[in-house]
Design a protein around this ligand. Structure first.
Ligand SMILES: [Zn+2]
Length: 66
């Protein structure tokens, strides 16, 4: 099971949980303050997805750099 990171909007503390992929967006209570104002944040698991609006091969060439 992948490890997901969550952040509490109430006490601003972050925590991690081992969850199934199908449960990654399921609600989870903050272990610190018990608030339900938690949000999943990007974890190291989310690697490999190219983000939109970021072309990888469009850097201006330095052909005029004489
Ligand atoms: Zn909290």
């Amino acid at each position: 099971m992948p490890l997901y990171e969550y952040r509490c909007q109430q006490c601003k503390s972050g925590f991690t949980e081992l969850r199934r992929i199908s449960e990654m967006d399921t609600h989870i209570d903050c272990p610190e303050c018990g608030s339900r104002q938690t949000q999943r944040s990007i974890s190291s698991f989310a690697v490999g997805g190219a983000s939109a609006g970021m072309p990888s091969v469009s850097a201006p060439s330095s052909s005029q750099f004489n």
